[in-house]
Design a protein around this ligand. Structure first.
Ligand code: SF4
Length: 212
C-alpha cells in the first residue's frame, strides 16, 4: 500500500517534459518544510492505495506520461516497485524528489528531477551529496531561487560539482517571491548555463488551485 494524497490529470508545468498531458501521483508525507511550500496539504492528508488500483486509475487517463511527486515520494518503499511497474507498462515516468533520500533504488528508466534545496528554502543541507555520483545524463537538477543569495549559491554548487557539463540545470523563480524577469536577466548577465523554468500551471490556472 502507498499513502496517496491525490491523483490528477493536468499539463506538466516543469522540466523538459513541460506541456505534456500528464497523470500526477502525489504521495503523502514530507520530511522537509520549505518556506515556499505550495503543497503543505500533502504532509498528512491521504489514503492508502494498492499498486493495482493505482495502475488501473492511471490507465484511465489515457496518456503515457506519469509524474510521481509529493511530498517526498521516496519516503515510502513501495514507490520503487510502482515506478518499475509503470516503466514495464511503457509509461514515461518522472520523479520529483528533493534528493534528501538516496535515489539509487530508482528504476534507471525513470527521469529524476532533483530539487536541490537552496539556503533560503529553509532546507539547506538536506540534499544527500551521494546522489551526485549516481546521476544519469537524463536527470534534471532544479533549484528554486528565492533570492540573490540563492542564485549565487546555486551557481557555485553547479560549478563546484561540474553539473552544468553533465545535466540539465533548471532555475525556477519562487512563485510570488521572485520576479521571473529578474531571474532571466540574472541568468543572462551572469552568463549562467542554467535554463529558466517557469511553473507553467501557475500561469494557466490560479496559482493556488489544487489538482492542476
Ligand atoms: S520538499 Fe516539496 S513538499 Fe516538501 S516541504 Fe519542500 S516544497 Fe513542500
Amino acid at each position: 500500500m502507498i499513502k496517496i494524497n491525490e491523483v490528477f490529470f493536468s499539463i506538466q508545468g516543469e522540466s523538459s517534459l513541460v506541456g505534456f498531458p500528464t497523470v500526477f501521483v502525489r504521495t503523502t508525507g514530507c520530511n522537509l518544510r520549505c518556506t515556499y511550500c505550495d503543497s503543505t496539504y500533502s504532509y498528512y492528508e491521504g489514503s492508502n492505495m494498492s499498486q493495482e488500483d493505482l495502475l488501473e486509475l492511471i490507465k484511465g487517463f489515457e496518456t503515457k506520461y506519469v509524474c510521481i511527486t509529493g511530498g517526498e515520494p521516496l519516503l515510502q518503499n513501495e514507490i520503487y516497485s510502482l515506478m518499475k511497474t509503470l516503466c514495464d507498462n511503457n509509461y514515461v515516468v518522472s520523479l520529483e524528489t528533493s534528493g534528501s533520500k538516496l535515489c539509487h533504488q530508482v528504476d534507471p528508466r525513470v527521469k529524476i528531477i532533483l530539487d536541490i534545496k537552496t539556503p533560503d528554502s529553509g532546507a539547506k543541507n538536506s540534499f544527500k551529496l551521494e546522489n551526485l555520483s549516481i546521476l544519469s545524463p537524463t536527470t534534471e537538477i532544479k533549484f528554486v531561487i528565492t533570492s540573490e543569495n540563492d542564485f549565487s549559491w546555486s551557481e557555485d554548487f553547479c560549478h563546484r560539482h561540474q553539473l552544468f557539463d553533465r545535466n540539465q540545470i533548471l532555475y525556477s523563480p519562487s512563485f510570488g517571491q521572485i520576479n521571473p524577469q529578474w531571474l532571466a536577466e540574472k541568468i543572462l548577465s551572469q552568463k549562467s548555463k542554467a535554463r529558466l523554468q517557469l511553473q507553467l500551471h501557475k500561469y494557466i490556472w490560479s496559482p493556488d488551485k489544487r489538482g492542476v
